[in-house]
Design a protein around this ligand. Structure first.
Ligand code: TYD
Ligand code: MG
Length: 457
């Protein structure tokens, strides 16, 4: 192999572009630390990392370009199709990232079993597990081996060669950290290798029209040669999240060239692999305590789908000088701001209090509609007065304590009514526009004080 004509490589500082024939810890030009990554020089002197897109060299009238919507292949797993935007697009490259052990290999094996039942041959490339191990897992999952072909290979050239010969209807690389190209000297998993391999896989997908799924491990800080460097080259980025201690797994769209972002798919890890959760509201509310203070339910929207989630707060007198504030599942700064609003606009004394906020089920909620839920649940905990379990809330809260209208109020109320809530405390601005939701009493509130009156008195 060493006799093969090797492409010349050099190391380049990712911060300022300074080049060096050897790896350096500190850039002599800009002074940056640990910023050198191996790059390939091609005869033209151009970096090879971003491949030319095939067939894009002529201008084409927009009206003559074929749409992709009709050519998507649904996998049959609805939660997965949803995050992709309706199915797999030919020639697309999807990055599936997540912590080690979260269930990425399991998910893709299940998906590929489903795809192969529809379209025949698929290729599962694993650099981490032997074919025997994968076979064992497939048996455990009850996944029909159908047209799944396994390849235990880590050399990119070998993978592309095999894929070209087999011409499968889809391919998965498990994982990108194990793949290396012979053209670079650095170790598999280094930034240079990961980026170069991914770029070549993208080129392969675009040329052959075969969809490629790339699995990537992310470490908690997401920094070390993680798939973060790939997010720009791929079409779709999905992150698989969840607590290994919990059974729930959430597949979240971070980027999607073929659909909306912020969609989520919810799964449950069981003995027989991942199971779809088609009714998440019921799941997240299943263990809700009744008639205790410091808990409330928010009608939230994740992507296009309303989900009812429980927010909990615990407020207690601090035993040290500095009160502790913790927020899990909601933005910490947002929560601090809401605490300040409660003090200033609703007259609650929270100065000497520890405040803990938690979103049940490991969900992370970023939309501002959750504000009113946080406000209500903190107040409920402080006053030790439970909120009626049949009541839900949502609304954005402004700095002067006003409650602002939020998008898709009607969809939220419908979900609440479906789950069995009979009262909803919502922004007055949204309430005006709503009519005709059955079985639910709508209380429109203009500010925080009105909200607290509506839920606590
Ligand atoms: P895996 O897909 O190997 O994770 P990743 O590829 O993201 O590293 O999943 C590993 C975990 O999933 C492992 O701890 C066991 C668990 N698991 C189940 O609970 N049930 C199952 O049916 C399977 C296959 C795995
Ligand atoms: Mg794995």
């Amino acid at each position: 192999m060493s006799k093969m004509s090797r492409v010349r490589t050099f190391y380049q500082c990712q911060a300022c572009g300074y080049g060096s024939p050897k790896w350096l810890g500190k850039c002599p030009d800009c002074g940056g630390w640990n910023s050198f990554v191996e790059e390939k020089t091609s005869p033209g002197g151009r970096l090879s990392s971003l491949p030319d897109m095939p067939g894009r060299s002529h201008p084409v009238p927009l009206s003559e370009v074929e749409g992709i919507s009709g050519r998507r292949t649904p996998t049959g797993m609805r939660e997965f199709d949803r995050v992709l935007g309706g199915g797999i697009v030919p020639g697309s490259v999807v990055l599936v990232g997540g912590d080690p052990g979260i269930g990425k290999s399991t998910l893709l094996l299940q998906i590929f079993s489903l795809i192969s039942q529809q379209t025949g041959k698929v290729l599962y490339v694993s650099g981490e597990e032997s074919p025997e191990q994968i076979r064992m897992r497939a048996d455990r999952l009850g996944a029909a081996p159908g047209g799944i072909n396994l390849l235990a290979e880590t050399s990119l050239e070998g993978i592309l060669d095999a894929a070209g010969k087999l011409s499968p209807s889809a391919m998965v690389i498990d994982s990108i950290q194990t793949v290396y190209t012979q053209e670079l000297l650095s170790a598999p998993g280094s930034v240079g290798q990961v980026r170069e391999s991914a770029a070549r896989l993208v080129l392969f997908a675009k040329r052959s029209n075969i969809p490629v799924f790339i699995i990537g491990h992310v470490t908690k800080d997401g920094a070390i040669a993680g798939p973060r460097v790939l997010e720009h080259v791929v079409d779709t980025v999905l992150y698989f999240e969840g607590d290994r201690g919990h059974a729930y797994r959430i597949l979240r769209t971070i980027k999607n060239r073929f659909g909306s972002t912020n969609e989520i798919g919810i799964f449950e890890m069981s003995d027989g692999g991942l199971r779809e959760v088609s009714n998440p509201s019921e799941l997240f509310l299943s263990e809700r305590p009744q008639h205790v203070s410091g808990t409330t339910v928010v009608a939230s929207i994740e992507g296009t789908r309303p989900i009812m989630v429980e927010i909990q707060a615990l407020v207690s007198t601090t035993s040290f000088g500095m009160p502790r504030r913790t927020a899990i599942g909601v933005d910490f700064n947002r929560a601090s701001l809401l605490v300040a609003i409660l003090e200033k606009r609703a007259g609650l004394h929270l100065g000497g209090m520890d405040i803990f906020i938690n979103v049940v089920g490991g969900l992370k909620i970023v939309e501002p509609a959750v504000d009113l839920g946080i406000i209500a649940t903190i107040a409920s905990s402080v006053r030790e007065r439970p909120i009626d379990p049949q009541t839900c809330v949502f609304g954005e809260v402004g700095l002067s304590g006003e409650v602002r209208a939020v998008a898709q109020a009607e969809a939220r109320l419908k979900e609440a009514s479906k789950i069995g809530f009979n009262k909803a405390v919502i922004p007055a601005g949204s309430a005006e526009k709503i009519r005709g939701i059955s079985n639910i009493t709508i209380v429109g509130v203009k500010d925080v004080a009105e909200c607290l009156k509506a839920v606590l008195d």
